[in-house]
Design a protein around this ligand. Structure first.
Ligand SMILES: Cc1cc2nc3c(=O)[nH]c(=O)nc-3n(C[C@H](O)[C@H](O)[C@H](O)COP(=O)(O)O)c2cc1C
Ligand code: SF4
Ligand code: SF4
Length: 267
């Protein structure tokens, strides 16, 4: 069997989850491709349609942002639905969500996104790792390591179910009521997040890593100024991966010693 997982990972958690998924699939003698949906991948419609047609099942993997999926993944799923609907490609789909505290999105919302596409949601799993938003609290590595072991088991169950054609829909629960409420506000906050971002001129070395690695191409250097624009998906990659910690939020540069940046579970 062939599984193709399209993923978005701002800071490495989801990337870890899809790599583990692919490793497990490979160990069971099947094929797993993982495809980033970052702007840098720039898949044409023909390429994307071909990838979907060749897969036995396709996956969508992403972090959870305030009871929702990131705008970049929402837009990607909508593109996939638009491509597969006219072709009536009946396929199995699976969702892998990573989060830190609670996933208030859930399988029903995911099913709504796929409605009418021919894609059937046969699995929806939650992979708890850690928060990637700026915090002065040091990351609890021991706790994260324990979660990763649990997560590997969940991914193994996911693979077994997909191979056996069994459903594995997790993620129902009372937290979804909170999700319904916060989804009224969060998309607006995320859409405006780029307005809070900036660069501290004193610590920036002009290495251009933020510009080159932004998954939505939302950072430009115009003359002497860095400009952040509205496609930003609020992933915190620029903030966490700037080598000098020069990205500011609301005009403030957090000292990397006091606010350690997050660069993925294995960094
Ligand atoms: C804008 C934003 C909103 C978030 N909202 C939630 C949330 O509602 N619940 C949660 O448990 N974690 C939340 N997180 C944490 C991420 O979901 C979590 O760290 C995720 O695993 C990051 O994946 P990535 O490293 O692949 O980007 C949020 C992170 C960001 C950047
Ligand atoms: S990654 Fe940091 S140091 Fe490099 S250009 Fe961007 S803000 Fe400046
Ligand atoms: S501007 Fe920063 S937070 Fe926004 S999408 Fe780009 S890397 Fe992510």
């Amino acid at each position: 069997m062939k599984f193709t997982t399209f993923y978005f990972s701002g800071t490495g958690n989801t990337r870890w989850a899809v790599d583990e998924f692919a490793r497990i699939v490979g160990e069971k003698g099947h094929q797993a491709d993982v495809v980033s949906i970052d702007i840098q991948t720039s898949l044409t419609d023909v390429e994307l349609r071909g990838m979907i047609a060749q897969a036995d099942a396709i996956g969508f993997a992403n972090p959870i942002y305030g009871g929702d999926i990131p705008p970049i993944m929402r837009a990607f799923i909508s593109r996939v639905v638009g491509l597969v609907r006219p072709q009536k490609m009946a396929k199995s789909a699976y969702a892998i969500n990573t989060y830190g505290y609670v996933n208030a999105f859930g399988p029903t919302e995911m099913q709504k996104l796929l409605a009418g596409s021919g894609l059937t949601l046969s699995a929806y799993v939650n992979i708890r790792l850690c928060n990637n938003v700026t915090s002065s609290k040091p990351l609890d590595r021991a706790k994260l390591a324990k979660r990763m072991v649990k997560d590997q088991k969940e991914l193994e169950r996911l693979v077994d179910c997909l191979m056996a054609g069994r459903k594995r829909i997790k993620g129902h629960g009372p937290q979804l009521l909170i999700g319904a409420m916060i989804r009224k506000k969060v998309p607006e906050a995320i859409a405006k997040f780029y307005q809070t971002l900036g660069v501290d001129g004193a610590s920036c070395t002009r290495c251009m890593a933020c510009v080159e690695n932004c998954p939505t191409g939302s950072i430009r250097l115009t003359g002497n100024r860095f400009v952040f624009s509205s496609g930003c998906t609020a992933c915190m990659r620029c903030y966490n991966f700037c080598p000098t910690g020069a990205i500011t939020i609301d005009g403030v540069r957090s000292d990397p010693q006091k606010f350690p940046r997050y660069q993925g579970p294995e960094a």
